[in-house]
Design a protein around this ligand. Structure first.
Ligand code: SF4
Length: 409
């Protein structure tokens, strides 16, 4: 597979930007300008082709494309796409969505069109499901949503986790994220699950603190078919990240994980929990600078919720914080000033405009006991994946929906 290095002569900033720690290689870059326009036009053309294959009449094709454009507008407003991540030969306009021309791309697009008007083809019922594969963790994070289960006795065997993943794949899911605990503490388990799964029809990701994301583990996971890695990194100051994570080497491991994941050609996203203390323009600018220098393609902004270790604490962000973070989100993603920086995903921004897509509608969370919850931050157990009628459980989950953001039509 072709590998690009940082020693390569830089292109003009508006066309492409590549950056990684000196001495390492990267297969990940952000494209903008004419390169982005070219890929974007290919994406639009392929969508028209897919819509034609689905409906076979011009009226429905035009309405279907219009539906997709309106959906995008509801999420992010009138902004035009400014950049696309190019990783290991694939193109990712968004973090949550398949690579353009990747193995899950066509079916994912057919599934979105199916929401506009049913199509007579195989679809994904869910876009994204998070599955916690272990209760074990070496860290003690301030915001841990699995705090009550952490380091308790495991209730799920590897065989049961394989059964869970196979059941989910039968339902049709475009992306599964393995979380925990710290999934890397059970890397053999992940490899077994991936080995038993259909890695062509679902892309698999890991949510990690970075702990034990060694070079060797990165290579094993890549060979097993993992697509991407979310690395939690909550501060640009190592000491403050370590404090938040209750672990003296947390920053070191996050940095190591990013480097090893990039070298293997994974899609890499930094995930940051923006607390009230952290929510300042200066901090967010410095954070994005760090993310750019690390060479990641995406940054995910999360808001603290009063669950898990934060339960009963006054941690929710206030309207002024939302306003500031949304400003940073739009400036970095949609202005011409930050073309070389990673693309930001900010769930709060979309949820306040369109409601939540999790809660059983397009995704949900399977916790460390195999229980189904609306999402990791809305914990309300609604049946178990290994017991009872899955369809009944999913229907009642969907009826309950997200506890914070109801969905708009
Ligand atoms: S948030 Fe993740 S890394 Fe931190 S203690 Fe909880 S499971 Fe471990």
């Amino acid at each position: 597979m072709e590998t690009e290095t940082i020693t390569k002569a830089p292109h003009r900033e508006e066309d492409t930007a590549e950056k990684l720690q000196a001495g390492t290689t990267t297969r990940s870059r952000i494209i903008s300008g004419w390169r982005k326009n070219y890929i974007h036009s290919r994406i639009i053309f392929s969508l028209i082709k897919i819509a034609w294959e689905c409906y076979g009449n011009l009226m429905d094709v035009l309405r279907g494309i219009d539906y997709l454009l309106r959906l995008r507008k509801k999420f992010i407003g009138d902004f035009k796409l400014k950049k696309i991540a190019q990783i290991d030969g694939d193109y990712y306009p968004y973090l949550y969505g398949p690579a353009y021309k990747g193995s899950t791309y066509k079916k994912f697009m057919i599934s979105q069109l199916n929401d506009f008007k049913p199509v007579n083809k195989e679809i994904y019922r869910f876009n994204n499901i998070i599955v916690a594969i272990t209760k074990k963790c070496a860290l003690q994070c301030d915001h841990c949503f699995e705090w009550e289960s952490l380091n308790k006795k495991e209730n799920l065997s590897t065989a049961q986790l394989i059964e869970i993943v196979q059941k989910l794949q039968k339902q049709g899911v475009s992306e599964i994220q393995f979380s925990g605990g710290e999934p890397l503490l059970k890397v053999d388990r992940i490899l077994e699950i991936l080995n038993a799964a259909d890695i062509r029809s679902t892309s698999f990701w890991i949510d990690t603190s970075g702990f034990k994301f060694t070079k060797e583990n990165a290579k094993l996971l890549k060979t097993a078919g993992l697509t991407g890695v979310f690395v939690s990194l909550d501060h640009f100051e190592p000491a403050l990240h370590n404090k938040f994570r209750g672990f003296k080497d947390a920053f070191f491991w996050a940095q190591t994980a990013v480097k090893n994941a990039l070298e293997q050609g994974f899609v890499v996203a930094l995930s940051v929990c923006i607390t009230r203390e952290f929510a300042s323009r200066e901090n967010l600018m410095k954070y994005m600078e760090m993310a750019k220098n690390m060479g990641v393609a995406f940054v995910q902004f999360l808001e603290p919720k009063a669950v898990g270790h934060f339960y009963g604490k006054d941690v929710l962000l206030l309207p002024e914080h939302h306003e500031l973070i949304e400003e940073i989100y739009t400036e970095f993603n949609f202005s011409s000033k930050f073309l070389s920086y990673p693309i930001i995903t900010y769930h709060g921004y979309y949820q306040r405009r369109h409601g939540c897509f999790s809660g059983g509608y397009k995704g949900f969370y399977v916790d460390t006991d195999g229980d189904i919850n609306p999402c990791p931050f809305c914990q309300k157990k609604t049946g178990n994946l290994l017991e009872g009628e899955l369809e009944d459980t999913l229907s009642s989950l969907n009826r309950g929906g997200c506890m914070d953001y109801s969905r708009f039509s």
